[in-house]
Ligand binder design. Structure first.
Ligand code: LMR
Length: 330
């Protein structure tokens, strides 16, 4: 009897110790494939964050909209059902932070170097701060790349867009951009795009090559135009209450892992997109169109309307600050 009681007490102690040592779980949900810049960076973050916190934190990465689609993941973060996300900068306005749509303005960045002047400067930090009243902390910007335009007809001139139904992310700037070309924009979750293209619910879309290729969109799009007309990248965000409730040493470990994961993301982004484009080319399923300088200038001139139409929405001061940083001229 005495032995039984002792054993029970020992089992209880072991259980309590285990419970105490149970790692803090961070669910990191995203919508793209693992072999994309964001997918790889999320996996890298998991690896180094777990190492640096010495097993006290477990990061569970859920790629490819496995757990949540675009809109749902934002809600899940605010409710605390997931702790970390890296949504595209084009998806923050539904949260009430329209300023992030500055990143969607067509032709506003000519290069990653231009972009980094904003994301790695004071304006980038100021924009992340705007998330805090929404219960979200912005930790970093992760690059993806410059967008191509795809469809089942060649898109070269502005007239080619007329009446084309184009899938966009939930950004009013992207809506204006497509309307300026006389196309018909349609907001749709990323996870639904392949099927919508395949069945003809939409005719075309825009994305950096890494997303196009890893979702096999090129298999259901006859033409891809190398236009670099806009940028797509991410903000890595966490639930504020969760983040601020972490023990300080754990938060420091995670911050240092995030710093290195950000460097990793930004180092692989261009290479991944170049390789994805090479993959599209090699597949032979899609014809790749290069714009002449004059054609590109005509797109820019037409799409400039998206800048004028969204100046007040985004905030003229923010747009002008980016113009100054990047040297954008209408
Ligand atoms: C899209 O919806 O097209 C992108 O935001 C997907 C992503 O996260 O790169």
């Amino acid at each position: 009897m005495k032995l039984k009681a002792l054993l029970a007490a020992a089992a209880l102690t072991a259980f309590a110790t285990n419970a105490l040592a149970a790692p803090i779980v961070i669910k990191f949900s995203h919508v793209v494939a693992q072999n994309t810049p964001k997918g790889q960076a999320a996996d890298y973050f998991k690896k180094i964050a777990e190492e640096r916190t010495k097993g006290k934190v477990k990061i569970e990465v859920y790629p490819n909209s496995q757990l949540y689609k675009d809109k749902e993941e934002m809600e899940a973060l605010q409710l605390g059902a997931v702790q970390m996300l890296a949504p595209s900068l084009a998806k923050f306005a539904p949260l009430g932070v329209k300023e992030f749509e500055v990143f969607d303005l067509p032709f506003i960045f000519d290069s990653y170097a231009d972009l980094h002047k904003v994301t790695q400067g004071p304006l980038g930090a100021k924009l992340l701060k705007k998330l805090e009243p929404k219960g979200i902390v912005g930790l970093a910007y992760w690059d993806n790349g410059f967008k191509v335009m795809s469809a089942n007809k060649p898109l070269k001139t502005v007239d080619d867009f007329k009446g084309q139904k184009m899938r966009i992310q939930s950004s009013k700037v992207l809506d204006s951009q497509m309307r300026s070309m006389n196309a018909i924009p349609q907001v749709m979750a990323f996870s639904e795009v392949y099927q919508a293209l395949q069945t003809g619910v939409v005719n075309g879309t825009e994305n950096p090559p890494s997303n196009l290729y890893t979702q096999k969109m090129h298999e259901v799009q006859k033409y891809v135009t190398l236009s670099d007309h806009g940028y797509l990248g991410y903000a890595v965000i966490v639930n504020k209450k969760f983040w601020e409730g972490l023990p300080a040493d754990i938060r420091t470990g995670l911050e240092s892992a995030m710093k290195d994961a950000t460097k990793f993301a930004n180092d692989v982004a261009k290479k991944d997109n170049d390789e994805a484009l090479a993959g599209v080319r090699k597949s032979g399923k899609t014809q790749i169109i290069t714009l002449t300088a004059a054609e590109k200038a005509a797109w820019k001139k037409t799409m400039d309307k998206a800048h004028r139409d969204n100046m007040t929405r985004i905030g003229a001061d923010i747009v002008k600050e980016v113009y100054t940083a990047t040297g954008y001229k209408p």
